[in-house]
Design a protein around this ligand. Structure first.
Ligand SMILES: Nc1nc2c(ncn2[C@@H]2O[C@H](COP(=O)(O)OP(=O)(O)OP(=O)(O)O)[C@@H](O)[C@H]2O)c(=O)[nH]1
Ligand SMILES: [Mg+2]
Length: 621
């Protein structure tokens, strides 16, 4: 389009809109200038009030901490550890509310077992397949890395080898070698556990790359991959381990099952657990909850409020579905309204009638009987123990690579205790319980007097849902944080994401870490890295699972907790150095956040660091 004489060409579309009209009269000009001055004054006022609020906040010692990481990384558990340490009375009082969550965790574990018994085994993990044919399918050695990068800078970082005292902060002031790091330090070569067999044309981490909060251009580089390394031998191993429904379809024609007819009476006895599950879900999810992803499980048309994360577009096995709640007081409120006659608990509240169409307990009065789920679980405890300890069940689970004891919310080894009618969850039970988070929520608490010199400090800890669909909701919370704790569950190197079976969970954590490190909004925020679930990692390595099978670049290094955690720390540290927009401090800890003793030390150290940084920032303002 031709530009009128006397007008500049501008690339900025706003220029065009804001430019005064060419035929502006002196009166119009003075009105316009007045308006502009007013707008500027208002804008400056807003800036000043934001600054004043920030200063007041810092003076009042309000510390804001953001917990980030993939789903099941341990964010909510870390938050619970903070609550346990700094508001111990409130934490203790809330323990009873977790009983329903633990009940649901138990029911879920049993249902996973029952589902495993009812679904066929693939020929490769069938007890009838020949050892030779099985060996063929799993024994191809993983390719060796082209370049085995050295473990840089691993001093200062140590674990004691048994995971029991793993806290060892690494304080790396950025400048030395900043920005010059060899990229081989940063890149890890992941195996490709599934894509090849299923002929998936896309790179496995395609979706992870969508999480690019203002990433630097370097962070969008793709992983180096060797096309000649499909690593397909892992495929048959991971099919059932991750409960992929596709694997069932693939083999359905030649399915085989172990003889388990002796379990039929047991299965029948355990049927009431389905009803208990529905009761518990109704209890945990507030009736007012309005969640667009809500889906009623098949056969429950009267429970439209139940929220289960279900894989879009594919038949989803029970194992891939999880009940979730929004963080915050919602579900606790729903529970405390419903809690009547919990033995040993009385707060004077009375039961409210259940919401419309919510399933109710026997008699359909709208009121709970005396904790019906606990009664049923108590009644069925011996049957559940029998199921869990049955050698056939163990064998099926082993062949299907379902490791309930390594998963979240595992209480089957404590059935006698946790199903007793007088059961009050212990603090450790609350930390072990699993309740998926959806949404973002800020928890505010002041440290109680018992917290010593830090009492009076107000903490605002932001807990987020970590699954893929939740990550876009994080960004608005990046503003004005004092520190981030990023959790990477390093035991998950042999697992895939529930929400995307083509993505290795460790690889997802690495990509997420890159995105967080490179985010410009967070460039001034100190990052604390928790390499979490070290207890599970240690057990896995002892059981003979090798990191190099999934992370080719690990090569033939020693398969011990110490060596693996040092290696991974060095990788995360190198990413931090290379991707951070400007130098900043970095602290890394090898953690098991369900372990109260070790985590208390780590949290104290994080608290001191964050408060120190907070005070420094206050002086700068
Ligand atoms: N053994 C062990 N279990 C852990 C550890 N950290 C967390 N867990 C368990 O893992 C499960 C998941 O932890 P959560 O804290 O709910 O994970 P999250 O990051 O909040 O997950 P989302 O809410 O889905 O984003 C819970 O059952 C925890 O008890 C750990 O270090 N070791
Ligand atoms: Mg959570």
């Amino acid at each position: 389009m031709p530009v009128p004489a006397g007008r500049r060409v501008s690339d900025d579309p706003l220029d065009e809109v804001l430019r005064p009209p060419p035929d502006e009269t002196p009166e119009q000009r003075s009105i316009r200038l007045e308006r502009e001055a007013e707008a500027k004054r208002i804008s400056m006022e807003i800036d000043a009030s934001i600054k004043a609020e920030r200063q007041a906040r810092r003076k009042k010692r309000i510390v804001r901490l953001l917990l980030l990481g993939q789903s099941e990384s341990g964010k909510s558990t870390t938050l619970r550890q903070f609550q346990r340490l700094y508001t111990p009375t409130a934490f203790r009082e809330e323990r009873i509310l977790w009983r329903a969550v633990i009940q649901l965790n138990i029911v879920r574990s049993v249902r996973i077992i029952l589902e495993a018994l009812n679904s066929p085994l693939s020929p490769s993990n069938s007890p009838f397949s020949s050892p030779r044919s099985r060996a063929r399918s799993v024994s191809r050695p993983p390719p060796m890395p082209n370049q085995a990068p050295p473990v840089p800078n691993a001093d200062h970082y140590h674990t004691n080898g048994n995971g029991s005292n793993p806290h060892s902060p690494v304080d790396q002031p950025g400048p030395s070698g900043y920005g010059n790091s060899d990229t081989s330090d940063v890149d890890m070569q992941f195996g490709s556990p599934r894509g090849h067999h299923h002929g998936s044309p896309q790179p496995r981490h395609r979706n992870a790359q969508k999480f690019q909060y203002a990433q630097s251009s370097s962070s969008t580089r793709r992983h180096r991959r060797s096309p000649s390394n499909p690593d397909s031998e892992v495929d048959s191993d991971t099919e059932f381990y991750h409960g992929s429904p596709r694997s069932v379809h693939n083999y359905s024609n030649s399915s085989v099952t172990l003889a388990n007819s002796h379990l039929e009476p047991l299965k029948q006895k355990l049927l009431p657990l389905k009803h208990i599950e529905q009761l518990l879900i109704a209890k945990l999810v507030p009736p007012t909850e309005d969640e667009p992803t809500q889906l009623a499980p098949p056969g429950s048309p009267y429970m439209p409020h139940i929220q289960q994360s279900i894989q879009q577009g594919e038949h989803s096995s029970y194992r891939n579905q999880e009940i979730f709640v929004r963080p915050g007081p919602g579900w606790k409120g729903a529970l405390s309204r419903a809690r009547v006659n919990y033995p040993g608990y009385s707060d004077g509240t009375t039961a409210s009638a259940n919401g419309h169409h919510r399933p109710t307990s026997a008699g359909n009065t709208g009121l709970e009987t005396q904790d019906e789920p606990q009664q049923v679980l108590h009644m069925l405890r011996k049957d559940m123990v029998q199921l869990w300890q049955d050698p056939y069940v163990k064998e099926i689970l082993r062949r299907k690579k379902i490791k309930l004891e390594e998963g979240s919310g595992f209480f089957l080894d404590d059935l006698e205790r946790v199903t007793s009618m007088k059961y009050m969850p212990s603090e450790d039970d609350v930390l072990k319980a699993r309740l998926k988070t959806v949404g973002v929520s800020e928890y505010r608490f002041e440290m109680e007097v018992s917290a010593g010199r830090d009492s009076g400090t107000e903490w605002r800890i932001v807990d987020v849902g970590g699954s893929r669909s939740q990550r876009p909701t994080w960004v608005p919370f990046f503003d004005d944080v004092d520190a981030i704790i990023f959790l990477a569950p390093i035991s998950a190197f042999d697992q895939v994401l529930t929400e995307d079976k083509s993505v290795n969970r460790l690889e997802d954590s690495v990509l997420l870490w890159k995105a967080v490190c490179s985010n410009k909004l967070l460039s001034n925020v100190d990052l604390v890295l928790f390499l979490n679930k070290c207890d599970i990692l240690e057990k896995k390595l002892k059981d003979g699972v090798r990191l190099s099978k999934y992370v080719r670049s690990y090569g033939d290094r020693e398969s011990s907790l110490d060596a693996v955690s040092k290696y991974l720390r060095s990788k995360f540290s190198a990413i931090h150095r290379e991707y951070s927009p400007q130098p900043r401090k970095f602290y890394a800890f090898c953690t098991s956040v369900t372990d109260t003793t070790t985590t208390a030390g780590i949290i104290a150290s994080v608290r001191d660091t964050v408060i120190r940084q907070h005070l420094k920032q206050s002086k700068l303002l």
